[in-house]
Design a protein around this ligand. Structure first.
Ligand SMILES: O=C(O)CCC(=O)C(=O)O
Length: 252
Protein backbone atom coordinates (compact mmCIF):
# COMPACT_ATOMS: atom_id res chain seq x y z
CA UNK A 1 0.00 0.00 0.00
CA UNK A 2 1.05 3.59 -0.65
CA UNK A 3 2.71 4.60 2.62
CA UNK A 4 2.08 8.27 1.92
CA UNK A 5 -1.69 7.92 1.97
CA UNK A 6 -1.39 9.43 5.48
CA UNK A 7 -5.01 9.53 6.57
CA UNK A 8 -5.56 5.84 5.93
CA UNK A 9 -3.81 2.62 6.91
CA UNK A 10 -3.88 -1.02 5.78
CA UNK A 11 -7.15 -1.63 7.65
CA UNK A 12 -8.83 1.21 5.77
CA UNK A 13 -7.53 -0.17 2.50
CA UNK A 14 -8.99 -3.58 3.36
CA UNK A 15 -12.32 -2.01 4.33
CA UNK A 16 -12.42 -0.14 1.02
CA UNK A 17 -11.62 -3.35 -0.88
CA UNK A 18 -14.31 -5.35 0.88
CA UNK A 19 -17.09 -2.74 1.24
CA UNK A 20 -16.37 -0.56 -1.77
CA UNK A 21 -16.47 2.65 0.25
CA UNK A 22 -14.71 4.37 3.12
CA UNK A 23 -15.54 7.51 5.13
CA UNK A 24 -12.66 9.64 6.42
CA UNK A 25 -13.85 12.39 8.81
CA UNK A 26 -12.00 15.63 9.53
CA UNK A 27 -9.98 16.00 6.32
CA UNK A 28 -10.78 19.68 5.73
CA UNK A 29 -11.47 22.52 8.15
CA UNK A 30 -14.87 24.26 8.30
CA UNK A 31 -13.35 27.50 6.91
CA UNK A 32 -12.00 25.63 3.88
CA UNK A 33 -15.47 24.23 3.21
CA UNK A 34 -17.02 27.67 3.65
CA UNK A 35 -14.57 29.11 1.12
CA UNK A 36 -15.65 26.52 -1.46
CA UNK A 37 -19.34 27.06 -0.67
CA UNK A 38 -18.98 30.81 -1.14
CA UNK A 39 -17.20 30.32 -4.45
CA UNK A 40 -19.67 27.82 -5.92
CA UNK A 41 -22.62 29.93 -4.75
CA UNK A 42 -21.27 32.83 -6.79
CA UNK A 43 -20.67 30.61 -9.80
CA UNK A 44 -24.10 29.00 -9.37
CA UNK A 45 -25.89 32.36 -9.42
CA UNK A 46 -24.24 33.31 -12.69
CA UNK A 47 -24.80 29.84 -14.12
CA UNK A 48 -28.52 29.99 -13.34
CA UNK A 49 -28.85 33.39 -15.01
CA UNK A 50 -27.20 32.07 -18.18
CA UNK A 51 -28.96 28.68 -18.19
CA UNK A 52 -30.73 27.78 -21.45
CA UNK A 53 -34.35 26.54 -21.05
CA UNK A 54 -33.51 23.11 -22.51
CA UNK A 55 -30.83 22.59 -19.81
CA UNK A 56 -33.08 23.31 -16.85
CA UNK A 57 -34.21 19.70 -16.38
CA UNK A 58 -30.58 18.61 -15.93
CA UNK A 59 -29.45 21.37 -13.58
CA UNK A 60 -32.47 22.70 -11.65
CA UNK A 61 -33.78 20.83 -8.59
CA UNK A 62 -37.32 19.67 -9.38
CA UNK A 63 -38.07 18.97 -5.70
CA UNK A 64 -38.05 22.64 -4.65
CA UNK A 65 -41.08 24.38 -6.10
CA UNK A 66 -41.03 27.65 -4.11
CA UNK A 67 -37.91 28.95 -5.88
CA UNK A 68 -35.45 28.05 -8.64
CA UNK A 69 -32.44 26.29 -7.12
CA UNK A 70 -29.62 24.39 -8.76
CA UNK A 71 -29.46 20.63 -8.25
CA UNK A 72 -25.89 20.32 -9.50
CA UNK A 73 -23.03 21.82 -11.44
CA UNK A 74 -20.69 19.87 -13.70
CA UNK A 75 -16.90 20.03 -13.79
CA UNK A 76 -16.33 22.73 -11.15
CA UNK A 77 -12.64 21.72 -11.15
CA UNK A 78 -12.29 23.14 -14.66
CA UNK A 79 -13.96 26.45 -13.80
CA UNK A 80 -13.17 27.23 -10.17
CA UNK A 81 -9.72 27.25 -8.57
CA UNK A 82 -11.27 26.58 -5.16
CA UNK A 83 -12.46 23.16 -6.36
CA UNK A 84 -9.34 22.35 -8.38
CA UNK A 85 -7.29 23.06 -5.25
CA UNK A 86 -9.42 20.54 -3.33
CA UNK A 87 -8.87 17.96 -6.07
CA UNK A 88 -5.10 18.49 -5.88
CA UNK A 89 -4.98 18.07 -2.09
CA UNK A 90 -2.10 15.63 -1.71
CA UNK A 91 -3.94 13.55 0.90
CA UNK A 92 -6.90 12.91 -1.43
CA UNK A 93 -4.59 12.20 -4.35
CA UNK A 94 -2.45 9.75 -2.31
CA UNK A 95 -5.56 7.89 -1.15
CA UNK A 96 -6.98 7.74 -4.68
CA UNK A 97 -3.61 6.41 -5.92
CA UNK A 98 -3.60 3.76 -3.19
CA UNK A 99 -7.15 2.64 -4.08
CA UNK A 100 -6.63 2.39 -7.85
CA UNK A 101 -2.97 1.37 -7.54
CA UNK A 102 -1.35 3.91 -9.81
CA UNK A 103 -1.11 7.59 -10.71
CA UNK A 104 -4.44 9.33 -11.16
CA UNK A 105 -6.09 12.05 -13.23
CA UNK A 106 -9.23 13.92 -12.30
CA UNK A 107 -11.72 12.83 -14.97
CA UNK A 108 -14.94 14.56 -13.94
CA UNK A 109 -16.32 16.50 -10.98
CA UNK A 110 -19.72 17.61 -9.75
CA UNK A 111 -21.25 19.87 -7.14
CA UNK A 112 -24.42 18.44 -5.59
CA UNK A 113 -26.44 21.17 -3.89
CA UNK A 114 -29.32 19.18 -2.31
CA UNK A 115 -31.15 22.33 -1.09
CA UNK A 116 -33.22 22.44 2.13
CA UNK A 117 -36.94 21.67 2.15
CA UNK A 118 -37.21 19.55 -0.95
CA UNK A 119 -33.80 18.92 -2.55
CA UNK A 120 -34.46 15.80 -4.61
CA UNK A 121 -33.08 12.27 -4.16
CA UNK A 122 -30.44 10.70 -6.40
CA UNK A 123 -31.49 7.16 -7.34
CA UNK A 124 -29.15 4.20 -6.84
CA UNK A 125 -26.54 3.84 -9.55
CA UNK A 126 -22.97 2.75 -10.32
CA UNK A 127 -20.52 5.39 -11.55
CA UNK A 128 -18.89 2.79 -13.78
CA UNK A 129 -22.12 2.47 -15.78
CA UNK A 130 -22.02 6.22 -16.44
CA UNK A 131 -18.28 6.38 -17.24
CA UNK A 132 -17.79 2.96 -18.90
CA UNK A 133 -14.10 2.38 -18.04
CA UNK A 134 -12.21 -0.64 -19.39
CA UNK A 135 -10.80 -1.46 -15.93
CA UNK A 136 -13.56 -1.37 -13.34
CA UNK A 137 -11.03 -0.92 -10.50
CA UNK A 138 -9.59 2.22 -12.11
CA UNK A 139 -12.25 4.70 -10.88
CA UNK A 140 -12.62 6.10 -7.35
CA UNK A 141 -14.77 9.02 -6.25
CA UNK A 142 -13.89 11.32 -3.34
CA UNK A 143 -17.13 12.91 -2.13
CA UNK A 144 -16.26 15.97 -0.03
CA UNK A 145 -18.93 17.06 2.47
CA UNK A 146 -19.26 20.86 2.32
CA UNK A 147 -22.02 20.62 4.99
CA UNK A 148 -22.83 17.92 7.50
CA UNK A 149 -24.50 15.15 5.49
CA UNK A 150 -27.04 13.46 7.79
CA UNK A 151 -29.89 10.96 7.71
CA UNK A 152 -32.27 13.93 7.61
CA UNK A 153 -30.76 16.02 4.84
CA UNK A 154 -29.97 13.31 2.30
CA UNK A 155 -26.64 11.63 3.06
CA UNK A 156 -25.30 8.93 0.75
CA UNK A 157 -26.27 5.26 1.11
CA UNK A 158 -24.01 2.45 -0.14
CA UNK A 159 -24.47 -1.20 -1.09
CA UNK A 160 -21.65 -2.89 0.84
CA UNK A 161 -19.62 -5.26 -1.32
CA UNK A 162 -21.22 -4.27 -4.64
CA UNK A 163 -17.76 -3.13 -5.76
CA UNK A 164 -16.98 -6.85 -6.10
CA UNK A 165 -19.94 -7.57 -8.38
CA UNK A 166 -20.75 -6.68 -11.98
CA UNK A 167 -21.88 -3.41 -13.53
CA UNK A 168 -25.60 -3.76 -14.25
CA UNK A 169 -27.61 -2.27 -17.08
CA UNK A 170 -29.25 1.00 -15.94
CA UNK A 171 -32.47 2.64 -17.17
CA UNK A 172 -33.64 6.26 -17.22
CA UNK A 173 -37.16 7.74 -17.00
CA UNK A 174 -38.45 9.00 -20.39
CA UNK A 175 -38.44 12.64 -19.29
CA UNK A 176 -34.96 12.40 -17.62
CA UNK A 177 -32.69 10.51 -20.02
CA UNK A 178 -29.61 11.57 -17.99
CA UNK A 179 -30.93 10.12 -14.70
CA UNK A 180 -29.54 6.61 -15.16
CA UNK A 181 -30.38 4.24 -12.34
CA UNK A 182 -30.35 0.61 -11.27
CA UNK A 183 -33.53 -1.44 -11.84
CA UNK A 184 -35.77 -2.27 -8.87
CA UNK A 185 -35.29 -6.05 -9.22
CA UNK A 186 -31.52 -5.67 -8.66
CA UNK A 187 -31.98 -3.25 -5.75
CA UNK A 188 -34.56 -5.48 -4.05
CA UNK A 189 -31.80 -7.92 -3.06
CA UNK A 190 -29.24 -5.31 -2.01
CA UNK A 191 -29.48 -3.56 1.40
CA UNK A 192 -28.22 0.04 1.31
CA UNK A 193 -26.38 1.42 4.37
CA UNK A 194 -26.43 5.11 5.30
CA UNK A 195 -23.05 6.90 5.42
CA UNK A 196 -23.40 10.25 7.21
CA UNK A 197 -20.33 12.49 6.82
CA UNK A 198 -19.55 15.51 9.00
CA UNK A 199 -18.62 18.72 7.21
CA UNK A 200 -15.03 18.54 5.99
CA UNK A 201 -15.05 14.74 5.87
CA UNK A 202 -14.58 12.74 2.68
CA UNK A 203 -16.38 9.60 1.58
CA UNK A 204 -14.56 7.49 -1.02
CA UNK A 205 -16.34 4.97 -3.24
CA UNK A 206 -15.30 2.48 -5.90
CA UNK A 207 -16.78 2.98 -9.38
CA UNK A 208 -18.89 -0.19 -9.11
CA UNK A 209 -20.35 0.52 -5.67
CA UNK A 210 -24.12 1.02 -5.61
CA UNK A 211 -24.91 4.41 -4.07
CA UNK A 212 -27.82 6.77 -3.77
CA UNK A 213 -28.98 9.73 -1.67
CA UNK A 214 -32.32 10.63 -0.15
CA UNK A 215 -34.36 13.82 -0.46
CA UNK A 216 -33.56 16.74 1.82
CA UNK A 217 -36.58 17.38 4.04
CA UNK A 218 -34.54 19.28 6.61
CA UNK A 219 -33.97 23.01 6.90
CA UNK A 220 -30.24 22.63 6.21
CA UNK A 221 -28.24 22.47 3.00
CA UNK A 222 -26.44 19.26 2.09
CA UNK A 223 -23.82 20.42 -0.41
CA UNK A 224 -20.97 18.23 -1.61
CA UNK A 225 -18.28 18.10 -4.28
CA UNK A 226 -17.71 14.75 -5.99
CA UNK A 227 -14.21 14.34 -7.43
CA UNK A 228 -14.00 11.41 -9.82
CA UNK A 229 -10.37 10.21 -10.03
CA UNK A 230 -9.22 7.64 -12.58
CA UNK A 231 -6.02 5.67 -12.93
CA UNK A 232 -4.03 7.38 -15.67
CA UNK A 233 -4.10 4.45 -18.09
CA UNK A 234 -7.90 4.05 -17.90
CA UNK A 235 -9.69 3.94 -21.25
CA UNK A 236 -13.35 4.94 -21.36
CA UNK A 237 -14.64 2.35 -23.77
CA UNK A 238 -18.38 2.66 -23.17
CA UNK A 239 -19.54 5.93 -21.56
CA UNK A 240 -23.32 6.12 -21.14
CA UNK A 241 -23.35 9.95 -21.26
CA UNK A 242 -21.04 12.32 -23.13
CA UNK A 243 -17.99 13.41 -21.05
CA UNK A 244 -15.57 16.09 -22.16
CA UNK A 245 -12.12 14.48 -22.12
CA UNK A 246 -10.42 17.82 -22.61
CA UNK A 247 -11.36 18.67 -19.00
CA UNK A 248 -9.38 15.74 -17.58
CA UNK A 249 -6.57 17.07 -15.36
CA UNK A 250 -3.31 15.52 -14.11
CA UNK A 251 -3.21 15.54 -10.32
CA UNK A 252 -0.64 12.86 -9.42
O1 LIG B 1 -24.41 13.64 -3.70
C1 LIG B 1 -25.30 12.95 -4.18
O2 LIG B 1 -26.46 13.05 -3.84
C2 LIG B 1 -24.96 11.95 -5.28
C3 LIG B 1 -23.49 11.69 -5.35
C4 LIG B 1 -23.08 10.75 -6.43
O3 LIG B 1 -23.86 10.14 -7.09
C5 LIG B 1 -21.64 10.56 -6.64
O4 LIG B 1 -20.82 11.21 -5.96
O5 LIG B 1 -21.26 9.75 -7.52
Amino acid sequence: MNQEAGLINAMHQTLYSLQGHLTVPGVFRAEQMQHVVHDIEQWGEQFLTDLAPEERAWYVDGGVSARTVLRKLDNPHAHRDAVFDLACDHRLVRIAEAFVQGPVDLYFSQVFFKPPEGGGPKPAHQDNFYFGPDDLDGVVTAWVALDDATLHNGCLYFGDGTNLGPVYEHFAPDDEPFNLQLPEQILARQPMQPAPVPRGGVSFHHGNTFHQSGANHSRHWRRAVALHYVRRDTVFAQPALPYDHSLKRRVS
